[in-house]
Design a protein around this ligand. Sequence first.
Ligand code: N01
Length: 545
Amino acid sequence: MSDADVDAAGGSEETDVDAVVIGAGFSGLYMLHKLREQGLDVRVYEKGDEVGGTWYWNTYPGARCDSESHIYCFSFDEGLHREWEWSERYPEQPEILDYLQWVADRLDLHRDIAFEREVTSATYDDETATWTVELADGERVRTRYFVTAVGCLSEPFLPDFDGLGDFEGEWYHTARWPDEEIDFGDDHVGVIGTGSTGIQFISEVGGRADHLTVFQRTPNYAVPARNRPLEDDEYEEIRENYDDIWARARDSRLGMPFDHEHETDYGLSEEEIREVLEERWQQGGFRFLHSFEPGSILSNPELNDVVSAFIREKIRERVDDPETAETLVPTDHPYGAKRPPMDYDDYYGTYNRDDVSLVDVDENPIERVTADGIRTTAAHYDLDMLVFATGFDAMTGAILAMDIEGKNGQTLDEKWEAGPRTYLGLMTHGFPNLFTITGPQSPSVLTNMPLSIEQHVEWIADCIAYMDEHGYDRIEATEDAEDQWVQNTNMLAENMLFSEADSWYRGANVPGKTQVFTPFPGGLDNYREICARVARDDYDGFELG
Ligand code: N01
């Protein structure tokens, strides 16, 4: 379809392809496969030296996925999910990476992916309706369709602590963990951050280091994951029921096929609610968040009060020292207003060890990093190694790390200055032919990611097929449709409890970032319907030409 001749090894020649896709994680791999099947000439650029995305970068000890393994995979190809067999209820990072490499091999994807290539900018030309994408090494590629598949949590956030440059020991961010095995044995290790990552890391490394000091600013509500090996017969049953499992997952709020046996909390006494919670606590994982009618824990403050109090009691029961327990008990935000972390390995029990200690840096903030540790307003902590589990510039960070210039010289940075503006999280007005997989204002991080990704990829591929069929060469979200979508997303979020936490969902973790709730909180099931209707109505809300 194109006159392209792209030199995979690089070069400065300007070349043409039908589609450029940035990133080779779940999203980029499927997008490549799908568009290639439709006969397009596709080029994927990937910063890393292998496929994997999130699971390529996040190799820190304890890294594991909170979605259950049998649904944390592609559903589009029966062969893929029938042949692969997950070993545990929740997949560990190396297993997911193996899976994605296996998928890439099976679908022969590597040949269209250029590795260790970083896209630095992309500029739209309205005359030709093409994008010129530029790489760090100077290569320029001209493409009709420009698709970002860069993930929602891929731009690491490192707080700007004074003195980090003076630190004489080793330090790491969890999302840029080194390849070589780190021996914590004789070290006094300090870890900053108690989000999902920190909780996994602390549970795993507590007891492996000479001493682990945890610097916690905000306590979190960790719910037991109840991980375990998947038995052969259990896996056989999953395989036999895959069609039903996927159908139920697609038709659910979270993209997870959990039953709602306790449909509603309406009319239940507090004691009855607690009975349900206890049962779900034993089941573990996201099934706990799903104890009642979808979304109700996140929108009903009275119910949430009971749930939050229930978890607080569980924390107090597990931690021996009452003062440590109180420091670990969250009181500043309701459960679920921040992304709920999972506890894989007795996270709270870790604090009962003599070689693990907790420092409350909300009460006594970190003043600076020194040559040999961390100084808070109350004390100095001697440390040989620092680990930053401090999260990401989420949702927009990785997209805005590239200089993207749309129509009339407007940059995406300028356009999103007061927060991202998109239509369906898929496109943004003023930037024709630019598609964002799991972009801001799509369900993404509030759902089981692979299913959300598949829906986006399929929608984009169908849209491109439609354009080809009708002879269109450009598509752009209208300003009206975008305004309505942003308003709709904000309104849904305001009716939930999300505003009661300073979370990365709202950009609150990055100093100076505009705070606005970014994912679409209306559920994957509803979102799928909306997108399908838009496509059925000849791409209602988009201008095609
Ligand atoms: O990052 P986070 P994460 N001084 O932003 C603290 C996904 N994920 O990497 O809460 C002191 O949640 C910060 O404190 P506070 C998942 O969606 C998935 O843990 O801002 N502390 C917080 O404790 C998850 O939600 C999986 O007060 C500072 C921590 O650093 C998302 O990734 C596994 C600080 C950051 O927590 C992000 O999780 C892991 C400072 N200056 C992650 N700055 C699985 O599915 C930040 N902090 C398994």
